[in-house]
Design a protein around this ligand. Structure first.
Ligand SMILES: *[C@@H]1O[C@H](CO)[C@@H](O)[C@H](O)[C@H]1NC(C)=O
Ligand SMILES: *[C@@H]1O[C@H](CO)[C@@H](O)[C@H](O)[C@H]1NC(C)=O
Ligand SMILES: CC(=O)N[C@H]1CO[C@H](CO)[C@@H](O)[C@@H]1O
Length: 617
């Protein structure tokens, strides 16, 4: 006889196997629904970590994100954001968006390998006029080219898009025929051509190629100019034709007025050819340095006769003077020195070697025809003195100070693991039980955020330091595995002296107090590695680079788990790499566009920062 089952003392009828199955099914469905709907919806986006993780603190809790969780099964399936133009380079790809300060890019891009970058700042065009069709000696052409290159670099570094205009633009202006009828000559004719070329291009800045931005990135004038809106046709007091700003409509009015002027032929220059009220005159132009003949004679009488009216040689000398002023202005701005970041410094000396070398280049005094001179607009500058070079430090943490320039080297977590463990084998048990999570970024931001903070807020600070308007004018971030970017001159806005550093070995030692201290190659702050350790560091770094390229399956697995274990460090590395790549692409694209115009004037001739150059000593 079957056992009589009871519930609350009442007998329950026997259940047939079919009904039992239906009952169990219902319970199962109910259980799943309960589980899903009561599941906290704050599980982080990002790769599925459950296999590797055992504590939840480091899984960032994200608020205010468009897609709270990519693990949430009820989140509407979303398409990843569209691919933007020119948004890949090698292994990195990116998506530029206002949400860029989200700690983890994948929450927006829905792709582990696509970094979220800030929108690319619009570069307002700055035009200069250069007639490349005039017959010139080869030397003279080269000298002009050097000056134009300096001009383009300096303005590019300040966030503008420098464009060289020529007679081609002027002639394509419908007003050109009117100008021809006037039969003007000399300076006035050239100036009118310049204005016609500008009018053809429209709203923007018209700048003499001897006018350079010589000041802070955040200087009010430069900020205003970068804004790209110029409500009045403006010139700058006492600077003549150094710079004009205006909108297309205002420029057209001014050109028309000049061409309608019956006395045009008698005018000395464009400014005197139009009614005075055509221009608004701005007296605040502390950030503009103009190097025309009069200013040279006035400010640099010692070398004026070598520069003014001395043909190609004079122009080359002037170029050298300008570059040295741009460099020393940079040094004056970052008078607290250069910080070469070195988190977890025990075995990082080799990895930050290139960054340190760059710092020593930047700290050097530029060669100058007049070493103790100041730029024309900064008469109270502090000229670079070899006896007191810029201080280079190698702290483990990032400091947010206006007078300090930061060069950061971001290692991939795998590189970091090799170098901190100082072993050449990394396995999953080591990652799981011995390695510390997000070691790099935790150390980097320990001064800003202390300890005990998770990776997400640290990432936000890091991204701000790398890519915000302010951050990028005060820092450069490279990855430990890749070569130095080749276009650093464009990043800084002047030619970085690349002569080998004076290590003191080649110089006859002069004892006594006058012996000048030199920038030291050995890295002082933090432990100094032995020769053997340094060699080992080099091998390990090479191994990490190789590892990145390796396609072995086991290697891939280690790499994936180490990335999953160090979510924040991985995100930081990808972010820095993508940001650098986007800058390179942006510049390259512009360079490709520009080389077709103005006879390719102001182009860079076969130069670059090959890796060889970094370690050739
Ligand atoms: C940008 O994209 C265009 C096509 O979309 C391509 O022709 C060009 O080469 C790309 N530029 C760079 C610098 O990759
Ligand atoms: C650095 O300091 C400035 C204010 O001095 C602040 O606006 C900026 O957000 C800070 N950047 C970082 C990365 O903390
Ligand atoms: C502080 C300073 O030297 N300002 C100068 C900047 O340049 C203009 C034009 O050359 C001078 O008039 C200012 O005196």
């Amino acid at each position: 006889m079957p056992v009589q089952r009871r519930l609350f003392g009442r007998p329950i009828p026997p259940i047939s196997p079919r009904r039992m199955a239906a009952l169990l099914g219902t319970i199962a469905i109910f259980a799943v629904f309960t589980l899903v709907f009561t599941l906290p919806n704050s599980i982080s986006p990002g790769p599925s970590l459950s296999r590797f993780t055992d504590h939840k603190i480091s899984i960032p809790k994200l608020k205010n994100l468009p897609s709270p969780s990519i693990l949430n099964p009820f989140r509407a399936a979303a398409h990843p954001p569209p691919v933007q133009k020119n948004s890949t380079d090698g292994d990195s790809s990116w998506y530029s968006d206002w949400t860029w300060l989200s700690p983890f890019s994948s929450s927006v891009t829905l792709d582990e390998d696509r970094s979220l970058l800030p929108p690319l700042a619009e570069r307002p065009p700055i035009y200069t006029y250069y007639d490349h069709t005039i017959q010139r000696e080869h030397d003279m052409k080269e000298a002009h080219n050097a000056v134009l290159l300096t001009w383009r670099r300096a303005w590019w570094a300040q966030g503008f898009k420098p464009v060289i205009l020529g007679p081609a633009e002027a002639m394509s202006n419908p007003l050109y025929t009117e100008l021809q009828v006037k039969r003007l000559e000399g300076t006035l004719h050239t100036e009118l051509l310049m204005w016609l070329a500008w009018e053809k291009m429209g709203t923007g800045l018209l700048c003499h190629y001897l006018t350079f931005p010589m000041g802070l990135h955040e200087d009010p004038l430069l900020v205003h100019l970068r804004h790209g809106e110029y409500p009045h046709l403006t010139r700058f007091d006492k600077l003549g034709n150094a710079m004009f700003t205006g909108s297309k409509a205002d420029i057209t009015v001014a050109v028309t007025k000049a061409l309608e002027n019956p006395e045009l032929k008698a005018a000395k220059n464009f400014i005197s050819a139009v009614p005075a009220d055509t221009f608004k005159v701005d007296t605040k132009h502390g950030a503009l340095a103009f190097y025309d003949d009069n200013i040279i004679k006035d400010k640099y009488p010692k070398i004026a006769k070598d520069i003014v009216g001395n043909g190609a040689k004079g122009l080359q000398l002037l170029n050298e003077l300008v570059v040295s002023h741009l460099h020393s202005t940079w040094q004056n701005i970052f008078d607290e020195g250069i910080s070469v970041l070195k988190p977890k410094p025990d075995h990082m000396t080799h990895a930050v070697g290139p960054a340190h070398k760059l710092a020593t280049f930047l700290a050097q005094c530029p060669t100058s025809p007049l070493p103790s001179s100041c730029p024309p607009n900064r008469s109270r500058c502090k000229p670079c003195v070899a006896a007191t070079p810029l201080k280079i430090s190698t702290p483990a943490t990032y400091r947010n100070t206006s007078g300090l320039y930061t060069i950061g080297t971001v290692p991939h977590p795998y590189t970091m693991a090799l170098l901190t463990s100082f072993k050449d084998e990394i396995d999953i048990p080591w990652i799981r039980w011995e390695s510390e999570r997000d070691l790099w970024i935790t150390s980097l931001t320990s001064l800003l955020m202390g300890t005990g903070m998770s990776g997400a807020p640290r990432l936000v600070k890091f991204k701000e330091a790398v890519a915000s308007e302010l951050g990028r004018s005060r820092s450069l971030w490279i990855t430990a595995e890749d070569d130095m970017p080749e276009d650093l001159d464009w990043h800084f806005g002047f030619t970085i002296p690349q002569t080998a550093i004076d290590t003191g070995k080649s110089e006859t030692p002069v004892p006594g107090p006058e012996r000048r201290p030199k920038p030291k190659l050995d890295i002082k702050d933090g432990p100094v590695p032995t020769e053997d350790d340094l060699k080992r560091e080099e091998e390990l770094l090479e191994q990490a680079k190789e590892f990145e390229k390796s396609s072995r399956k086991a290697g891939k697995k280690i790499r994936r788990s180490i990335e999953a274990w160090n979510l924040a460090d991985t995100e930081a590395w990808k972010f820095a790499r993508a940001f650098l790549a986007r800058n390179r692409i942006e510049r390259k694209k512009w360079e490709d566009e520009e080389e077709h115009y103005a006879g390719g004037a102001g182009a860079e001739r076969g130069k670059g920062w090959g890796l060889g150059r970094w370690f050739d000593d």
